[in-house]
Structure formats: C-alpha cells, structure tokens
Design a protein around this ligand. Structure first.
Ligand code: MN3
Length: 261
C-alpha cells in the first residue's frame, strides 16, 4: 500500500485517463479492430483497448456499440445466492434491454445530428447514460460472481481494503449497509477513486446516479428488485447477506490490479 500512496502525478494522471475511458467506452479502438485476450503487459504498455477488454469483456464491438456478454457460468450455478430463473431473466432480458437501449440512444443522437434538429435531445442523452450505465454495471456484476465464490480477497486488494476501511469485516458491513439502504432501485458499488487510488463505497441509484467521474467500479451488487424478488421477495437484506457467498474475489482482485498497475 505504500507504493500506492506514493504514486506520482504522472501515474495519477494516467489512471484518471483510464477512469474517463471506463466511462466513455472504447476510446482509442480503431474501427474494425478485433477484441482479444488481455495481458498485464499489454495494459502496462498503455494499450487502453486491451485494458477495456479485460475490465468489460465482450461488452462493446469495434464500432462502439453495446453487445451482451455471455455469462461465464451456467445460470443456475449461483444457487447459493441467486436462483437460475432469476439469472436467466436478468441476463437475457433485463441486460439485453440495456444493450438495446444504449444502441438505440446512439442511433437517435446520430439522427438528430444528421437532421440538425436537436429538439428533445435531452431524452436520448439521458437514455444513453441510463442504459450505458446499466450495461456496464451488469457486465461487471456477472463477471465478479462465480460458483466458487465466497471467502475473502487476497493480495493487494486485501491490503487496500484494510488500509481504506480498517478491516475486511468493516468494509463488508459498510458495503452491505449501503446496498440494503439504496432508495428504490440501484447498486452497491465498491470503486477505486482514480484520483487518489483509494477505495470507496457508493450507493448508485438506478444505473447512473450518485456516482462520481473518477470512480471505477470493481465490485457491485444489483439491488433492483428484478435481481432478487423471485427468491427473496421484499427481503433485500437476506439477498445481500447471501450474495457474499458468490463473490469471486479473484475477479475483483484482477480489476483492482489492472486499475492500480
Ligand atoms: Mn439488474
């Protein structure tokens, strides 16, 4: 953690640039460029497209349009916390809806530019961030869960959690409390503030409200009712408690390492 707190201004600047790219999508990718596996070396060499592929695998095509990434496990593999029917509906219908909505917003804005008539531009502008936020958060959400989940993080992520929250237990308690108490629909999010390298817990409302520009999510829980209602009905707290059993800390740690390397 000492290295992190001693980072120089150049490095902080580079991380801030990465944060902007997380928000903006596939910055720097040439049209027609294919996606592929990412290595730490590629990221450290400054290949932003490779970094985005690792953080948001399969989430965008070469033209910057959203695509639905497949689940990397069977829909019923997370039964310790989430039933298969909920997973299937959530991924195949809800997430697909955000993908479609993001692309439709891009199309609507392109039409307005073409016609030069920006009447009502606020509608596709808002929809772009709503659906784009939903697309990105769901992509991360599927990826940071897994059938071999549970336990605690290790390595640099564990060190950073202790540094920024006092202990893993204190972090878990804060995160769970934040997730339980999101007003209406939204997310509990553990993010790296790229301006400081410190971890923060956010309560995101809907898909895109109450976040900050330099916060890159590395762990998130969907607390919209569609994420848990079939099994838990209105008992969001029971869902949040069970969810920790399917958190795949190796995936969270990968995100932490990429964003702090
Ligand atoms: Mn959802």
């Amino acid at each position: 953690m000492d290295e992190m707190s001693r980072r120089d201004m150049m490095k902080t600047g580079a991380l801030a640039a990465a944060g902007l790219a997380v928000g903006a999508g596939m910055i720097g990718r040439a049209k027609g460029q294919t996606t592929g596996p990412t290595t730490q070396a590629a990221v450290q060499s400054g290949n932003m497209a490779a970094m985005m592929d690792a953080l948001l695998p399969g989430a965008f095509d070469a033209d910057g349009r959203a695509t639905l990434p497949p689940l990397r496990y069977a829909p019923d593999a997370l039964g310790a916390a989430i039933d298969g029917e909920t997973m299937s509906i959530h991924h195949d219908r809800h997430h697909q809806g955000y993908v479609n909505g993001f692309n439709a917003s891009l199309d609507a804005l392109a039409s307005q530019r073409e016609s030069g008539d920006f009447t009502g531009v606020e509608h596709p502008s808002k929809k772009l961030t709503f659906h784009g936020g939903g697309h990105i958060l769901h992509t991360i959400f599927w990826d940071i869960m897994g059938p071999e989940g549970g336990g605690e993080p290790s390595g640099a992520l564990a060190t950073a959690i202790t540094r920024d929250f006092g202990s893993f237990e204190a972090f878990k308690n804060q995160f769970s409390a934040a997730a339980r108490t999101v007003e209406g629909s939204g997310w509990g999010v553990l993010a790296i503030n790229l301006a400081t390298g410190r971890l923060i817990v956010q309560q995101v409302q809907n898909q895109n409200l109450l976040s900050m520009w330099t916060a890159a999510p590395i762990l998130n829980i969907d607390v919209w009712e569609h994420a848990y209602y079939l099994r838990y009905q209105n008992r969001r707290a029971a869902y949040v408690d069970a969810w920790w059993e399917v958190v795949d800390w190796s995936r969270v740690g990968m995100r932490f390492d990429l964003l702090t390397s």
